[in-house]
Design a protein around this ligand. Structure first.
Ligand SMILES: C[S@@+](CC[C@H](N)C(=O)[O-])C[C@H]1O[C@@H](n2cnc3c(N)ncnc32)[C@H](O)[C@@H]1O
Length: 236
């Protein structure tokens, strides 16, 4: 399956609908629970700018939205995703956490956001931009819905910096992650797609360049866990 074919929106939506039930468990397992600290770091960056509502785009099962409201108790977060099943999990999670009043769920496409210009003080995208059929168009949509001075925070996989750690990580991505993913999710294929999109994803410097080309300013990043992920920040 070629990269553009594999990012076909219908295919991507169907894939996340299929793995929604085991998605959280696999996130914690495959990241050795580091995902919680990564989300806290992204929430910290997102709440460092102007006050106002936050869009958690490609919000999935809602963990980044919860990290945002926990970080900033007065924040109102809109968790937007195009997978109905992922959002079902998010809705139940927000209710269970007593946060349904502050975490709103909206089914929508990141390439055609159902929000007016300048609606949000911040936009977060955790492990989402990798899956967009047209990432640059997604960035332009994120910019459109941000207020002037609003912050974009992109949490994504990146490239480990140490040579030995890099080799081990690539072996983990190629051989271990797809097997555990397939075994635990019970779906053959999705975790191979996820491993491939992680391995193919541009490094932090290239991604920052794409954000600049999409009209963002002050594009920077911080590597976490030896470069396994990067928290990118940019200003509209
Ligand atoms: C790897 S999951 C990340 C979920 C969540 N942000 C997290 O950190 O766990 C990627 C999510 O992006 C969503 N997604 C992919 N393309 C999208 C699009 N064009 N519009 C809205 N959501 C999209 C998928 O449905 C999926 O829930």
């Amino acid at each position: 399956m070629g990269a553009s074919e594999s990012r076909d929106p219908g295919r991507v939506r169907g894939m996340f609908d299929r793995i929604a039930g085991r998605y959280d468990l696999l996130n914690h397992l495959l990241s050795l629970n580091r995902d919680r600290a990564w989300r806290r770091a992204a929430a910290e960056e997102a709440t460092a700018g102007p006050d106002g509502p936050v869009l958690d785009l490609c919000g999935g099962t809602g963990d980044q939205s919860l990290a945002l409201v926990r970080r900033s108790p007065s924040a109102l977060v809109v968790c937007c995703d195009f997978s109905h099943r992922m959002l079902d999990r998010a809705t139940r999670k927000f209710e269970g956490a007593g946060q349904a009043g502050r975490c709103l769920v909206v089914e929508g496409d990141g390439l055609r956001l159902p929000f007016a210009d300048a609606t949000f003080a911040a936009v977060t995208v955790a492990f989402g931009v990798r899956n967009l059929a047209d990432m640059d168009r997604g960035f332009r949509e994120m910019r459109r819905v941000l207020v002037d001075g609003g912050r974009l925070v992109v949490l994504e996989f990146s490239r480990p910096t140490g040579p030995l750690f890099g080799r081990l990580y690539r072996a983990y991505l190629g051989r271990v992650l797809p097997r555990i993913g397939d075994g635990v999710s019970g779906a053959s294929g999705p975790y191979r797609y996820l491993a491939r999109t992680i391995a193919d994803f541009p490094d932090a410097e290239t991604l920052a360049g794409r954000l600049r080309e999409s009209g963002f300013a002050a594009c920077g990043w911080r590597l976490l866990t030896g470069g396994v992920v990067a928290v990118h920040t940019a200003i509209r």
